[in-house]
Design a protein around this ligand. Sequence first.
Ligand code: ATP
Length: 283
Amino acid sequence: MGVLEKAPAKINLSLDVLGKRDDGYHEVEMIMTTIDLYDRIELESLANDTIHVSLASRYVPSDERNLAYKAAQVLKDHCNINNGVHIRMDKNIPVSAGLGGGSSDAAAVLRGLNRLWKLELPLEELAHIGSAIGSDVPFCVYNNTALVKGRGEKVFPLPKPPPCWVILAKPDIGVSTSKIFQLLNTEDVVHLRTEEIVNALIAKDFQKLCTYSANVLEKVTLERYPEVLELKKKMTGAGALGVLMSGSGPTIYGLVQQEKKGISIYNGLRGFCDEVYLVRMLG
Ligand code: ATP
């Protein structure tokens, strides 16, 4: 019997960079949540002791470079497992988009193998194991709304955002997260009022959430990729609120409370951009 796991995309309600650490990583402070756009991961035991990944994607490798593969390998090593696994992935989350697709796949593999191999590890331990795979993996293990600190390994749960619809638009470019972080001058960063976003979530105050949500990486990505800036202007002009770049981009998202409004913005943006989605906020 196989195991199925959903791997939802994440969006950043905020992203602040507090500084650069001696180990080369950036100290971040961000609020992330999940949306109803997900990859499907199916795990099946293999008789021989191998990890096999199958997926249909032009952009994602199926070998040991795949973060889902890495997750299986790391968990196997951590728990001394001698079983093999076949990981079937149905990818729907755009790649290199700032939506954490690879990290979410890795986290889903950790959760799924925990069940398939009856390991009964607590989520905290899976998150700790996941931090060796990628900075966003610990957050993705929990799949809720959270304040994330350190280099991504400190995850503090928060109330989910008020119910709303999310319109996402991804220009036809891929953005390298490490490149954008390299280009960021940490001295120049105007820091966010993250505590106000936390307060907005606690109060379920949609307007306040939209007012304070911000991302310090926007300055870098928007200057470098004018098409992302253009999309942000289009989404704002169409009437979406809290319009923001997720992660290091290039995906721009906007929020609306009414589905009808979401559909009209979605339809309008499809004229400018091939990859547009209208999904519910999950949190
Ligand atoms: P983040 O916001 O966490 O940086 P992202 O959405 O910008 O993530 P991903 O889609 O997770 O970026 O992947 C970026 C890179 O990781 C791509 O070069 C891709 O080939 C590689 N990769 C490895 N495994 C996966 C996977 N399972 N899904 C997507 N990309 C993967």
